[in-house]
Unconditional design. Structure first.
Length: 238
């Protein structure tokens, strides 16, 4: 009985975060939604089928006597602790990874082969750009298309150990939050908002002055000119 109830509650929890909200985007990429909905539905069906099977025997049959005997003894109460993760999802669903996780990762992942052709930036106003694209253009664009262009980046605030700068950050995932790593751009010229605040920061790229990429962790830099606080996006990862 306990196992079947746990299956039903777990199925409800999975459906709640995937079918009826976008909470699942805090943990996995959007493409996993159909699989989560299917898994939640299967868990509920298995749990309901198990309950029906447990209640099916009629009175007076050997199965019913055995069934009653099981009820008399009951299962270990500690088994209900299995429900705690389910209750956690319903009551205090963990948020997307933020500044604490981003600050722990100081080694960027290996970069792909450098790109030498980027789409030219059109228009005269600020260009809305993913942080990952900004980093790619800053390090790998031979045409230096960011030079003199005003861009707008959206991410959350991560403090920096260096004075006079902070990081606008977005976590990138390949599959789920377990493999997430931070994409950071150092912002200068604007006072840092509180950590984990989601912002749109506008500014211009500060070209690197070194000829060859130095050893260690180096982040591209942005000279900030405008800052606006925004709500956490439905899809927090890039």
């Amino acid at each position: 009985m306990t196992q079947n109830l746990v299956l039903i509650m777990l199925g409800c929890a999975v459906l709640r975060i995937s079918a009826f909200s976008t909470t699942y985007l805090n943990y996995v990429k959007p493409g996993f939604r159909p699989f989560l909905i299917g898994a939640g539905a299967v868990l509920m069906i298995l749990g309901v089928a198990g309950l029906i099977q447990a209640w099916r025997p009629g009175k007076g049959s050997p199965d019913a006597e055995a069934h009653g005997h099981d009820h008399a003894h009951g299962g270990p109460r500690v088994a209900w602790l299995m429900c705690l993760p389910v209750f956690a999802i319903f009551m205090i669903a963990p948020p997307a990874l933020g500044s604490f996780a981003a600050a722990r990762s100081e080694t960027p992942p290996p970069r792909d082969q450098a790109l030498t052709a980027f789409t030219p930036l059109s228009g005269d106003g600020p260009v809305d750009m993913p942080i990952g694209e900004f980093i790619g253009r800053a390090w790998d664009d031979d045409s230096r298309s960011l030079t003199g262009r005003t861009v707008r980046l959206t991410g959350f605030v991560v403090p920096s150990k260096k004075k006079g700068q902070w990081y606008v950050t977005r976590m990138q995932i390949a599959c789920c939050a377990a493999d997430a790593f931070p994409l950071k751009v150092a912002v200068k010229g604007i006072q840092a908002p509180p950590p984990d605040t989601w912002v749109e920061v506008t500014g211009t790229w500060i070209p690197q002055t070194f000829g060859k990429m130095p050893n260690g962790v180096v982040y591209p830099q942005l000279s900030g000119t405008d800052l606006m606080k925004v709500d956490t996006p439905d899809e927090p990862y890039e």
